[in-house]
Design a protein around this ligand. Structure first.
Ligand SMILES: [Zn+2]
Ligand SMILES: [Zn+2]
Length: 351
């Protein structure tokens, strides 16, 4: 297989700062598209992965990035979905087994086949090579794992939709956020701010539950109807039994039982963040009010396209801070300090 050498920002080893290196991209195969990357969002997962915090030995050097927006610059001979010049995105995975029940149902994120869903970076692809992510100038992806970005969404603001956007859209759509539904979004970071925008556009009554009232003005501007501080115990008393759906975007340990108390009977609490420690859940709270405690992870290819089309129709993009590639390490520190409104996006022209 022939390859092309392209520049990338990568961690040479676990915990090392990212630096400019070159990586190899395969030549587009029959069903591949070559994408010139314009922008790549910085997701918290990128930081966990390059710091070796997810219990993986990792594959270094590793270029992270799974919020990719760009333009098609070449297509394989068998490509039917995309043409040169199309505005496209790539999210958290670039392949999957395509044969298991979940893949057949378009739920590739939950692939149970041997290949599994192939992460956009740091995973072993069908060809046996380790995938490299979007902090780069080009990427080659099978057309079946490429998304179309509507013209109405600027590419820089579209990039974070490919992970943060779909991570919130999928549970909001699955548990039917919409008119007449009261939805709470816990945490107003990169994920939470997308949740507020999308739930509001779906027609739900949206409440932000944030640690403090520091981001209240932002939350209301993004589309929230109400904003409460979870550091204030009165919040949990005042809002008890009030929500049909709560989506928790916080990865830190929180008191799950306190949030279950905010659900109406029959309500659902969905975890999209992954706290490090197991949670204690009082089954009595679930039983006595038929509550559901659920989880959700990104979305499949059809639903991700549905999300992009929805965002295109509703004029939704991420709120971003555009940075140059040499600012990536500094941006990581700011993400860890929750000092970003609300997603850093790398201008790939600076890589
Ligand atoms: Zn992500
Ligand atoms: Zn599968």
């Amino acid at each position: 297989m022939t390859h092309t050498t392209v520049p990338a920002y990568a961690a040479p080893s676990a915990k090392a700062p990212l630096e400019r290196i070159t990586i190899q991209r395969r030549e587009p195969g029959e069903h591949d598209v070559l994408i010139e990357i314009k922008y790549a969002g910085i997701c918290h997962s990128d930081i966990h992965t390059v710091r070796g915090e997810w219990g993986d030995d990792g594959h270094f050097p590793l270029a992270p990035g799974h919020e990719i927006a760009g333009v098609v610059t070449a297509t394989g001979s068998g490509v039917t979905r995309y043409q040169v010049g199309d505005r496209v995105g790539v999210g958290c995975f670039v392949d999957s087994c395509r044969e298991c029940d979940n893949c057949k149902a378009g739920l590739q994120q939950y692939c149970t086949g041997e290949l599994g869903n192939v992460g956009t970076y740091g995973a072993t692809g069908r060809d046996g090579e380790i995938t490299q992510g979007g902090y780069s100038t080009h990427v080659v992806v099978d057309e079946n794992y490429v998304l179309r970005i509507p013209d109405s969404i600027p590419l820089d603001r579209a990039a974070p939709l490919l992970c943060a956007g779909i991570t919130l859209y999928s549970p909001l759509a699955h548990w039917q956020a919409g008119p007449g539904k009261k939805v709470a979004i816990v945490g107003l970071g990169g994920l939470g701010h997308m949740g507020v925008k999308i739930a509001h556009a779906m027609g739900a009554e949206v409440t932000v539950l944030s640690q403090s009232l520091r981001k209240q003005a932002d939350g209301l501007r993004l589309g929230a109807d109400h904003f409460y501080a979870t550091s204030d115990p009165a919040t949990f008393a005042e809002l008890a039994g009030g929500f049909d759906l709560i989506v928790n975007t916080v990865s830190a340990d929180v008191d799950i039982n306190a949030y279950l108390g905010l659900l109406k009977s029959g309500g659902t609490l969905v975890q999209v963040g992954a706290p490090e420690n197991p949670q204690q859940v009082a089954s009595f709270a679930l039983i006595t009010r038929r509550l559901s405690l659920a989880g959700s992870m990104i979305g499949g290819i059809p639903e991700t396209q549905e999300m992009l089309d929805f965002c295109g129709e509703h004029g939704i993009g991420a709120d971003i801070e555009l940075i140059r590639a040499e600012q990536i390490n500094e941006a990581y520190e700011r993400v860890l300090a929750s000092d970003v409104r609300y997603r850093f996006v790398i201008d790939a022209a600076t890589i």
